[in-house]
Design a protein around this ligand. Structure first.
Ligand code: IMP
Ligand code: MG
Length: 185
C-alpha cells in the first residue's frame, strides 16, 4: 500500500484479524438467533464491507436492506443532526431486524437510526457494530455485537472513509494527525 502512508499511518486491525473476528461474530449471532428469519439492515456506506462478509457466514434466512444517513458537521465529527438520504425499502413492522454499523463513535447516529426503526413497530431490533469508540460516547446506545473496541483515533479502511477515500483498504488503519488537521482545517 505504498503512497497511502502519509495519510494512513499505522495498521490498527489487520485483514486476518478482521476475518477472524467477523467469523466469530457470525457464529455468535447465528447461535443467538438460530431458527429466526432476519432482516439485516446495512448503514451505507461505511458498513458495506462488513455486512457482505458477515451475512455470507450466517446460516439463517436473511433478507438485506440498506439505509443511508448523512450527518452534518465537520467530516470527522458528528453533530447529532442526522438526515435520511436513503430509506429502507422494506416494511419492518413485526420483523426481527439486525442493524449493521461500521463504527459507533458519539452514538448519536445510531441513536437516531434506532429511534426511527423502533417507531415502525419491529418485533425486535439488534445492533452489530464492527468498531466501538466507546471513550467518545455522548449518548448511551445498546450494541448487542461489537467487533472491536478501539481507541479515540480516526480510522479508515474496510468501509470507513477519510473524505470518501480509503474505504477499499482491506485493513483498518489510523489516519495520521497531519492529515486529520488538514481535513479539519
Ligand atoms: P457517531 O454518530 O458519532 O457515533 O458517528 C458515527 C459515524 O461517524 C460513523 O458511522 C462514521 O460514518 C463516522 N465516523 C466516526 N468515527 C469515524 C472514524 O474513525 N473513521 C471514519 N468514520 C468515522
Ligand atoms: Mg457510518
Amino acid at each position: 500500500m505504498k503512497g497511502l502512508d502519509r495519510v494512513v499511518g499505522e495498521v490498527l486491525i489487520s485483514q486476518e484479524d478482521l476475518k477472524r473476528r467477523v467469523a466469530e461474530l457470525a457464529e455468535e449471532i447465528a447461535t443467538d438467533l438460530a431458527g429466526q428469519e432476519l432482516l439485516v439492515v446495512g448503514v451505507l456506506k461505511g458498513a458495506i464491507m462488513f455486512i457482505v462478509d458477515l451475512v455470507r457466514l450466517l446460516p439463517l434466512r436473511v433478507e438485506l436492506d440498506f439505509m443511508a444517513i448523512a450527518s452534518y458537521g465537520a467530516s470527522s465529527q458528528t453533530t447529532g443532526v442526522v438526515r435520511i438520504l436513503k430509506d429502507l425499502e422494506t416494511d419492518i413492522s413485526g420483523r426481527r431486524v439486525l442493524v449493521v454499523e461500521d463504527i459507533v463513535d458519539s452514538g448519536l447516529t445510531l441513536a437516531y437510526i434506532l429511534e426511527i426503526l423502533r417507531s415502525r413497530s419491529p418485533e425486535d431490533v439488534k445492533v452489530c457494530a464492527l468498531l466501538d469508540k466507546r471513550s467518545r460516547r455522548v449518548v448511551d446506545v445498546p450494541i448487542d455485537y461489537v467487533g472491536f473496541v478501539i481507541p479515540d483515533k480516526f480510522v479508515v479502511g474496510y468501509g470507513l472513509d477519510y473524505m470518501q477515500l480509503y474505504r477499499n483498504l482491506p485493513f483498518v488503519g489510523v489516519v495520521s494527525p497531519e492529515a486529520l488537521a488538514a481535513m479539519e482545517g
